[in-house]
Design a protein around this ligand. Structure first.
Ligand code: PAF
Length: 281
């Protein structure tokens, strides 16, 4: 496995592979990899001849008061994970390799970016769409793999690929969880021991909501209230958002009549965590 920092070098490598008819899988990440990322890389290596993992903490998807400078980084550990999971190349560009001083072109999606994380993080998805566009143009993958934990991001990327006619297949992969149900996330590293215990409240609140829906409850309002109540039972937890949206359009629904995404964002202390499940009807 090799680490490549330059755009022209990764392009050359991928061109070489493609001239031999090899299929390229791609896993875009911001590093500090966990078992969720590892499962994406493993799947990519099962389904493709070559696998590229990008590690780039994308500055333009963080708001001015967010955790860009604190975002955890550990390239050595990440390299070991990538190698063991079957990656061939890590693409690890510096900021100025991706964004020159006069950078001024952004990909800004309407509609799907309005609710959930788009509401609490207004510039976030513009940054995500822009960097994923650039990465797709640089890596030219046949398939790209994204986790279902960022369900809104996954829906947005699928729509962007359709809207902008990218020749890449987007594959969504299931959330990987800790034994106690907490969704794996690079941001779990911010949690103190006490906060780590409290953080299980996210999944608990969703499991309770799932039971209610499975028992026949169809009112989004009631489901949302149940989740908020469960989360508020933990004094260290603070709801950012709880919503029930159509899983494709990400528009809020009043009654659960089609496939819905139940998505939450919760602050545990200063750390903002997200989780979700999709209910297929
Ligand atoms: O999901 C992430 O880690 C990031 O949003 C992504 C897709 C790598 C873009 O920076």
């Amino acid at each position: 496995m090799v680490i490549i920092n330059r755009v022209n070098e990764i392009r050359k490598k991928v061109r070489e592979w493609k001239s031999k008819g090899l299929r390229v899988g791609f896993v875009p990440t911001m590093g500090y990899l966990h078992e969720g990322h590892e499962s994406l890389i493993k799947k990519a290596s099962e389904e493709n001849d070559k696998v590229v993992v990008s590690i780039f903490v994308n500055p333009i998807q963080f708001g001015p008061k967010e955790d860009l400078s604190a975002y955890p980084r550990d390239l050595e550990r990440d390299s070991a994970i990538c190698e063991r999971a079957g990656a061939d190349v890590i693409f690890h560009p510096k900021n100025d390799e991706m964004y020159e001083n006069d950078f001024s072109t952004f990909v800004d999606m309407t509609g799907l970016t309005k609710e959930l994380c788009g509401k609490s993080r207004p510039i976030h998805f513009r940054g995500v769409c822009t960097v994923v566009n650039k990465l797709f143009n640089i890596v030219c993958p046949d398939r790209a793999y994204f986790g279902q934990k960022d369900a809104q991001q996954l829906a947005i990327i699928k729509k962007m690929v359709r809207d902008l006619s990218f020749d890449v297949e987007i594959i969504g992969c299931p959330i990987v969880r800790e034994e106690d149900g907490l969704a794996k996330s690079s941001r779990n590293a911010y949690l103190s021991n006490e906060e780590r215990e409290v953080a299980t409240i996210l999944n608990k609140s969703l499991m309770k909501a799932r039971k209610l829906i499975e028992g026949g409850e169809r009112s989004s309002k009631l489901i949302i209230n149940s989740i908020i109540q469960t989360i508020n039972s933990e004094p260290m937890a603070r709801v950012d958002y709880v919503n029930v949206v159509d899983s494709l359009s990400i528009e809020p629904v009043e009654n659960i009549e089609s496939s819905v995404l139940i998505a939450i964002a919760v602050y545990i202390g200063k750390t903002r965590l997200i989780d979700n499940f999709t209910y297929e009807l």
